[in-house]
Design a protein. Structure first.
Length: 419
């Protein structure tokens, strides 16, 4: 088995190959990688079945859903790669250009990062998304998945590496760390001189460990304590549809809603309707009902679980929703500023002034008016797929696509100038 250091050395050795590839060559490789996922789906699904069997009883049902692959999901992964192939190549783009006083031309030009390492957990589709985005943006990727999804990730990487070999490119442009212990994660965090950018993608514990301990440059991708504020002027049908989608369409992902704030003047009308949609209707349809964790004012209107203070600081990733009644939009914004992780927030309102106030004063990567937080996603934003959702402000923010995987250099063109 190759050590993590061996893999890092091989990745660094081939990054110059990617730097010099033209867009057509990269796109051809991407299309072959997409085809390879379909051609090897039998092997990928067999590996995934083994991962699922091992994980049963050790992780929750919603987390098993994150781990599970199907023919449709593999088709979606392949389509994501094809979408990346269609996107404009950012490498070589001149961001700005000007003539300096001495007469030479300065061109601020987008260039790849180099070697991008990604530490992620139990979502096998991240493997193909990350590899595609890295390749198109001219970066060598070093993937380090979680132990629950290792066999799945390994099968996906093997298929993509074969595609690279078939088009005459080095297999080591895409790499999977074989060690799934904490040791390999620590090695990536400390791989100064080998890793140009480290991206953690997973739960709060992983992200905290990386951002606090990494010696290499890293981007903080976010846990998602996402809020929806229901304004006094909200359309009730919008409220029900948006909250149901944001909470139940896929509760295990970071853009799912975890907290709903409701204006006190409409809580008597909204809360029974929400309980009917999220709890009673779902139970009648044989679907898992949502557990409502309610503050004192809400508990006086409908039955539910009394909310604890920590419920407003928890990314549940489950069929659980915390609800709080607020006096007005200012209290809602204040609550969000204290408890949000800076991922995604939404307001449901028919009032333009309050909508503008919300999007102006709420300091998160994505802020919505009358739409579900579930749209915070690279594919939904037209980025093909995403490397993660950045909740920091330096370099990248929100869904990270191709441009966010580049840096820039100044190319200076002179004709003999000296200083």
């Amino acid at each position: 088995m190759k050590t993590t250091l061996d893999i890092l050395k091989e990745a660094k050795a081939v990054k110059r190959v990617l730097f010099s590839l033209d867009t057509e060559t990269k796109n051809n490789a991407l299309l072959k990688m997409a085809d390879a996922l379909i051609e090897n789906q039998k092997e990928i699904l067999e590996a995934n079945a083994k991962d699922l069997e091992k994980a049963k009883g050790t992780i929750s049902e919603v987390m098993l859903d994150r781990l599970a692959l199907s023919e449709d999901r593999i088709m979606g992964m392949a389509e994501g790669i094809r979408q990346v192939a269609k996107l404009t190549d950012p490498v070589g783009t001149i961001v700005d250009s000007f003539f300096a006083d001495k007469g030479f031309l300065v061109e601020k030009t987008r260039v790849p990062m180099g070697v991008v390492a990604i530490i992620y957990e139990s979502r096998p589709n991240v493997t193909s998304d990350a590899a595609a985005l890295a390749l198109k943006s001219g970066n060598v990727c070093v993937l380090r998945g979680g132990k629950e999804a290792f066999l799945s990730a390994n099968a996906i990487v093997n298929a993509m590496r074969k595609a690279l070999k078939d088009v005459g490119l080095p297999e080591n442009l895409i790499n999977l760390v074989q060690d799934t212990t904490r040791q390999s994660a620590n090695e990536l965090m400390n791989a100064v001189g080998y890793v140009d950018l480290l991206i953690p993608r997973g739960g709060a514990g992983l992200i905290k460990a990386v951002t606090e301990n990494a010696k290499v440059p890293c981007i903080q991708t976010g846990t998602g304590i996402c809020h929806i504020y229901v304004d006094v002027s909200a359309d009730y049908e919008n409220v029900l549809n948006i909250i149901e989608n944001a909470k139940t369409s896929r509760p295990s992902v970071c853009n799912a809603c975890e907290v709903v704030l409701i204006h006190e003047r409409i809580c008597d009308q909204i809360l029974p309707l929400l309980k009917g949609r999220l709890c009673e209707w779902r139970e009648a349809m044989g679907l898992q009902p949502v557990e409502l964790r309610l503050d004192e004012k809400a508990l006086a209107i409908i039955d539910g679980t009394p909310a604890k203070p920590e419920d407003y600081d928890t990314e549940f990733l489950d069929y659980i929703l915390a609800i709080k009644i607020v006096a007005d939009i200012d209290e809602a914004i204040e609550h969000i500023s204290l408890h949000s992780t800076g991922h995604s927030e939404a307001i449901i309102t028919e009032n333009r002034a309050r909508a503008k106030k919300f999007v102006t004063e709420v300091d998160s990567a994505a802020v919505y008016i009358n739409a579900s937080t579930r749209f915070t996603d690279g594919g939904e934003f037209g980025l093909g797929c995403e490397m993660g959702i950045s909740t920091q402000k330096l370099h990248a923010r929100g869904p990270m696509g191709l441009k966010e995987l580049t840096t820039y250099k100044y190319i200076v063109k002179g004709n003999g100038q000296i200083r």
